[in-house]
Write a protein that binds this ligand. Structure first.
Ligand code: PMP
Length: 331
């Protein structure tokens, strides 16, 4: 049967379209459950049944710590969506993109340098870049704040800079580009949100190190599955080694589930999930904008429309996160 619509506290009525002025919304953090109704509609084709005897081994026992079928499907997915060039790229899997973010920092920092690499990100940035880098801080790398502080250090041969570039950005949805340029500046592109639910896709991303995740693509944040597309062989090997030492690879049950989900995603060239995802996000943005229009205190960022090669239309972004600015003046 069709899933029942459950209204949140801000909307009521039979189709959840009636706005209640006294609503309270928790906007501190989110969970991509907006895709749950899509998966309810595809319950049978997305289901996974695993027999008890299946794939019991440590992955090193049969040379397949990474499912090559899943690698092929990921390449096909990017080709369909047109959001990343996978040609000449190695692929590493991670327990979500979170594990890959630190694997990338580890791989891009020099391991024999006298000073730790400086890890930077442009404000406003996803806070985990700082908290995770601080937590794993080592002789090889440390978090060093906002990118702009280091703009003049890119030609200093003693300073190794690693820049997190988030496109679209969490929290403001902007398609950021690396700020630091030069031989000592190494970007890590976090493309968690570079999918047509959230943003127009102007062109395939073509960077040296790009990180993706199913968390924001299919909504399966709990399965913990992400992947990195890596141009440089040494970086690929260092990141693979990190995965082996840290967790001995990604759970095969997770890989199997990711495979089944991506098979559904790639059906009909992605039309179904991305149409559903885009429409749902767009409707939510319309509701949010309507709610905030009633406020004299708060406003939300405006994102300008762009041509989307996936849909063939000019579209406004509908980001998964947002920043609210307060118009309260302090005197
Ligand atoms: N990058 C960004 C920009 C995010 O917003 C998130 C989740 N909030 C992640 C990475 C982590 O995602 P995961 O580990 O679930 O793949």
């Amino acid at each position: 049967g069709s899933p029942v619509c459950e209204c949140n506290t801000c909307f009521g009525g039979p189709d959840c379209s009636q706005f209640s002025a006294s609503c309270v919304a928790d906007v501190d953090s989110g969970d991509p459950l907006f895709l749950e109704p899509f998966w309810m509609q595809h319950a049978a084709s997305s289901a996974v049944l695993v027999a008890g005897w299946h794939r019991m081994s440590y992955s090193f026992n049969d040379h397949s710590s990474i499912s090559q079928e899943l690698v092929k499907l990921i390449r096909k997915l990017h080709a369909i969506v047109g959001n990343a060039n996978t040609t000449g790229r190695f692929i590493v899997f991670g327990a979500g993109s979170t594990q890959l973010l630190n694997a990338a920092v580890h791989a891009l920092s020099a391991h024999n340098s006298s000073a730790p690499a400086k890890v930077v990100a442009t404000i406003p940035f996803y806070p985990v870049y700082k908290s995770q880098t601080d937590f794993f801080r080592s002789v090889d790398f440390q978090f060093a704040g906002d990118t702009s502080l280091w703009k003049n250090s890119t030609s200093d041969p003693t300073s190794n800079l690693i820049e997190f570039v988030t496109a679209p950005n969490n929290p403001d949805g902007k398609l950021n580009k690396a700020v630091l340029q030069g031989p000592n500046a190494k970007p890590i592109y976090d493309h968690a949100y570079y999918w047509p639910h959230f943003t127009p896709i102007p062109a395939p991303a073509d960077e040296d190190l790009m990180i993706f995740t199913i968390s924001k693509l299919t909504g399966h944040a709990g399965s913990r599955f992400g992947w990195a597309l890596i141009k440089d062989k040494d970086v690929y090997e260092t990141m693979s080694n990190y995965m082996s030492l840290n967790t001995l690879g990604v759970s095969r049950d997770t890989q199997l589930r990711a495979f089944q989900l991506l098979k559904v995603v790639t059906q009909r060239r992605g039309r179904e999930i991305f149409e559903f995802g885009y429409k749902t996000m767009k409707d939510r943005w319309e509701k949010l904008n309507k709610a905030l229009l009633m406020s004299r205190r708060f406003s939300v960022q405006e994102n300008s429309p762009q041509y989307c090669t996936f849909s063939g239309k000019v579209k406004r972004p509908s980001p998964g996160d947002f920043s609210i600015s307060s118009r309260i003046k302090t005197f």
